[in-house]
Ligand binder design. Structure first.
Ligand code: GRF
Length: 213
């Protein structure tokens, strides 16, 4: 399966996907990294593993539509089958969603629909929830609103900061994102409206805190 990755920054989830492929846990090829940030550390990761990368600056495009048209074209040219957002800090525009319906995934560092948008971990700490986590979902035109694929939960402690909670959540992100991509690559994700069913699972045991994580 050909994967196209969109990232704006550090790219630790990008790395987790690279590692899952290299370790033989995921049968896929990353055909391109597209970034909107020429200083993204994700670019260094791409170079290290011989993954082609493209930097596209939205300011160089006449409109938001033109920017996403171009991204869609670059992905299509490389026969991309799944688009993976790995810390891509923009709301995806309609031309890209239309080009890859239910074939764009995102990971969010909170248990959606709680705490969408920026700083999901800080929102959780400030709200005082006792459990938070991360969510892999398909991307629609809303902000973190698409059908949920996998979630994993972590405790939130009274002395947590945004940083300590983020670190705890990130470890799980790196497990569930490659797992969600693997399920997709095996054709096991069935989308019914906003419900995603995982075919061939023991009940829906990927959707809760999986002890093997
Ligand atoms: C992660 O926390 C992810 O959940 C969010 O953006 C962050 C990206 O981190 N969407 P990285 O660039 O993958 O290290």
């Amino acid at each position: 399966m050909n994967i196209g990755v969109l990232a704006s920054g550090r790219g630790s989830n990008f790395q987790a996907i690279i590692d899952a492929i290299r370790e033989g846990k995921l049968s896929a090829k990353i055909v391109v990294l597209i970034t909107d940030n020429p200083r993204a550390f994700a670019i260094e990761r791409a170079c290290k593993y011989g993954i082609p990368h493209i930097v596209l600056n939205p300011a160089d495009f006449a409109s938001r539509e033109a920017f996403y048209d171009r991204i869609a074209a670059e992905l299509r040219d490389r026969r991309t089958e799944l688009v993976v957002l790995a810390g891509f800090m923009r709301i995806v525009g309609r031309p890209l969603i239309a080009a890859f319906p239910n074939r764009i995934m995102n990971i969010h560092p909170a248990l959606l629909p709680a705490f969408p948008g920026l700083h999901g971990q800080k929102q959780a700490v400030d709200y005082g929830v006792k459990i938070s986590g991360c969510t892999v979902h398909f991307v629609d035109e809303g902000m973190d609103t698409g059908p949920i694929i996998i979630q994993a939960a972590v405790p939130v402690y009274h002395d947590d900061t945004e940083e300590t909670l983020s670190e705890r959540i990130l470890k799980l992100e790196h497990k569930i994102y490659p797992e969600a991509i693997r399920l997709f690559s095996e054709g096991r994700l069935e989308v019914h409206g906003r419900i995603v069913r995982i075919a061939g699972g023991e009940r829906e045991d990927f959707s809760v805190v999986n002890p093997s994580f």
